[in-house]
Design a protein around this ligand. Structure first.
Ligand code: HEM
Length: 123
């Protein structure tokens, strides 16, 4: 049976000389592949220890690239394990979405009120 690896265990392999990543629920050791990657090592390092399914698919990697994964396979992601939050919390400026929504709701209310006012005063 395939080795099950937890998010936490995978997240510990994120350095230049020990780099794992998750793609489609499978875990790959990209350490040796980093030098050969046509897309450069930086993109791989950025995703070290993380789930790279989205970025890998977004690039539109070729079938050859997908086949290469087989050689790097180390095990399967334990989907029951607790996800690890490796990203820093969003900066304050990015979390003001709530306020933005409030302004939007107020604007809609003001427009509705103006329309109602217009119709009530028409006759
Ligand atoms: C271990 C996983 C990966 C393998 C085996 C792999 C393999 C490859 C291969 C073979 C190519 C050449 C084009 C192709 O055949 O599709 C390529 C290109 C590329 N890869 Fe990856 N890749 C991996 C992960 C990633 C990840 C996680 C990213 C993050 C965004 C990435 C970004 C890119 C980019 C940007 C290129 C385009 C390079 C260019 O043509 O300028 N790759 N990769």
């Amino acid at each position: 049976m395939a080795k099950l690896l937890s998010y936490k265990e995978i997240s510990e392999h994120k350095s230049r000389d020990d780099l794992w990543m998750i793609i489609d629920g499978k875990v790959y050791d990209c350490t040796k592949f980093m030098d050969e990657h046509p897309g450069g090592e930086e993109v791989l390092l950025d995703l070290g220890g993380m789930d790279a399914t989205g970025p890998f698919a977004d690039i539109g990697h070729s079938d050859d690239a997908v086949k290469m994964l087989a050689d790097l396979y180390v095990g399967d992601l334990d989907t029951e394990s607790e996800p690890v939050h490796t990203k820093e919390p969003e900066p304050a400026s990015a979390t003001t979405g709530g306020e933005g929504n409030g302004v939007f709701v107020l604007a809609v209310l003001a427009i509705v009120a103006a329309i109602v006012y217009f119709y009530l005063n028409k006759s």
